[in-house]
Ligand binder design. Structure first.
Ligand code: ADP
Length: 546
């Protein structure tokens, strides 16, 4: 067996491993399963390519969901002199036969689309020789709690088991790789793939050079004006503006062009030619920014993107972090700004409900919806949260991070604001009484089995005389009007703060309801102090930001 460092140098031309690569290579080469959670560009491919090449002979299999990336990977390997090929729906029968004939006869890496895994001829060809390993790229696709669930990924386990050809009946080691995985998804990957005592590596997701912030324009018009203003101030740099729909891409692109900005646009409704043109204009700096749907970015190799501005909220923190993470690849300071409007939640809920083909199995469909809503709620909490954005993002991926951005990182919006308040000696306010009133309102509704959504809880606390409140008799509750001394926006903010700090939570449903968490129950019992920054000033015309 060849030394990994030798393969790294001779085949790929690199002098040193990146963090975690060597550990994963070592595990796989010794026959152990591995789960590698590493951010995009951390170098996941080498983790399985090197052990595949360290074996004397045999064809290793890489399951990959993205046809275009598959072709790129294979082309890069061939350029490095590695016998690699792929099998997917783009190949004709003759080409597929050609590839299958090379399996076990010199082919070292075979990339396959998940829907090919049931192909008998493929299994037979692989069983004729040793299979050093099976790599599962984008392994989160196996989890219904992940972003892009692919039912075909559920076949991988059975497929790998069928490759057990050695005397001991052991299947090849499996490498599961992903850039996005929460604790829950990680467990799903290990369980569903049947990984046996896998080596687990989780690289840090921190991107110290990215400054995260959220702004809250009140109207669509205000948001569009902010997008144009933001990009205009940064025409000497490159940036990406993400929009929620094709229509929104077109509208923002036109607004930018009308104000003299050399913007490109990119969405699935354009022809392949137009899309390639837009991509090239952006990569070669003929356009200073590209306005795009989330279809843009996969496989784009541009390291000097200095901002990613989201004109609308994505469906999940995973998606947000992946898209925002396209900024600052070169390590220089870059901005990741999200423009959040409550109204965007409706669009995203609609997309969760109608955006995918759905499943025939009602239980699976239920689970898909619930996980979609739960991820959307986590994204909403990121948007409305007033704590450190870096802490919130890394915490979401199960990583412990300091409560505040320190001197080694680009500070996020809330940390910059907190530093400014400290400098001006603006202290946090004691909001314990208001917080307890809000908690007791939710508790009482819950006890009466009349749990309500955030809007209705706010209406009750405000003592609203709306028909909705009166018809339901909510005005007769003892907690009705307890916070009528506060403006509506402030009551809503208080409920969001209680969610952010884990004292309240929302159910994962189309119409989410607020409920008290265990921590909330305890806070009520102990009358725990609740401090918060002074309310942001409203009505000044400037969108509030944090
Ligand atoms: P990922 O799959 O994690 O997004 P890739 O495997 O595509 O990342 O690697 C990203 C880039 O980093 C590629 O251009 C790759 O050649 C390069 N790379 C990977 N490992 C190393 C290394 N040890 N030294 C230098 N460059 C590396």
């Amino acid at each position: 067996m060849t030394d990994p460092a030798v393969v790294l140098k001779q085949v790929f031309g690199f002098d040193a491993f990146r963090p975690h690569q060597e550990d994963v290579v070592g595990a796989l080469a010794s026959g152990r399963d591995a789960l590698a959670v590493m951010p995009t560009s951390a170098g996941k491919s080498l983790c399985y390519q090197i052990p595949a090449l360290m074996a004397e002979t045999g064809t290793s299999v890489v399951v990959s969901p993205l046809i275009s990336l598959m072709a790129d990977q294979v082309a890069a390997l061939q350029e490095a002199g590695v016998a690699a090929a792929y099998l997917n729906s783009t190949l004709g029968t003759a080409e597929q036969d050609e590839v299958l004939a090379r399996v076990g006869h010199g082919l070292r890496l075979l990339y396959v689309a998940p829907e090919r895994l049931g192909d008998e001829r493929l299994v037979r060809a692989l069983r004729s020789g040793p299979v050093p390993l099976v790599a599962v790229d984008e392994a989160h696709c196996i989890s219904q709690w992940g972003m892009d669930f692919r039912p075909d990924y559920l076949r991988i386990r059975g497929f790998a088991d069928r490759l057990a050809t050695d005397g001991a009946g052991e299947r090849p080691p499996i490498a599961a790789l992903t850039a996005t995985a929460t604790e829950r998804v990680r467990e799903d990957i290990v369980r569903t793939l049947g990984l046996k005592d896998p080596l687990r590596v989780v690289a840090s997701f921190d991107r110290p050079n990215l400054a995260f912030s959220v702004e809250r324009p009140r109207t669509g018009k205000e948001r569009d004006a902010r997008v144009v203003g933001f990009v205009k101030e940064r025409q000497d740099r490159s940036g990406i503006v993400y929009a929620a729909t094709r229509k929104q891409v077109d509208a923002l692109w036109e607004a930018l062009r009308a104000s003299g900005v050399r913007a490109a646009r990119y969405h699935g409704g354009m022809s392949a030619e137009e899309r390639t043109g837009a991509q090239e204009d952006f990569v070669h700096d003929r356009a200073c920014c590209v306005v795009a749907t989330n279809a843009f970015g996969m496989g784009i190799d541009k390291s000097d993107v200095s901002y990613v501005l989201h004109a609308a909220m994505p469906q999940s923190v995973e998606a947000y972090y992946q898209e925002a993470g396209r900024a600052g690849r070169d390590g220089t300071p870059a901005e990741c700004v999200l423009l959040f409007r409550e109204a965007d939640l409706g669009t995203q809920r609609f997309l969760i409900e109608h955006g995918s083909e759905g499943c025939d199995d009602p239980a699976a469909e239920q689970a898909r919806l619930a996980s979609g809503y739960a991820r959307l709620e986590a994204m909403r909490l990121y948007a409305v949260g007033e704590g450190c954005k870096r802490h919130a993002l890394l915490g979401y991926f199960g990583e412990k991070a300091p409560e505040r951005c320190d001197a080694h990182v680009e500070a996020c919006g809330p940390c910059v604001a907190a530093a400014a308040r400290a400098e001006q000696h603006v202290a946090d306010e004691d909001r314990t009484e208001d917080a307890l009133k809000a908690l007791s309102c939710v508790a009482r509704l819950q006890n009466q089995r009349r749990a309500q959504g955030r809007g209705r809880v706010a209406a009750v606390l405000l003592g609203s005389r709306s028909a909705d409140v009166l018809e339901r008799g909510l005005d007769r509750l003892p907690t009705y009007g307890l916070l009528s001394h506060l403006p509506k926006a402030e009551v809503e903010r208080l409920l969001d703060l209680l969610c952010e700090r884990g004292l309240l939570a929302q159910t994962a449903a189309a119409l989410p309801v607020l409920y008290l968490t265990d921590a909330g129950v305890q806070a009520m019992r102990e009358r725990a102090p609740f401090l918060a920054a002074p309310a942001p000033r409203r009505g000044t015309g400037a969108p509030s930001s944090h």
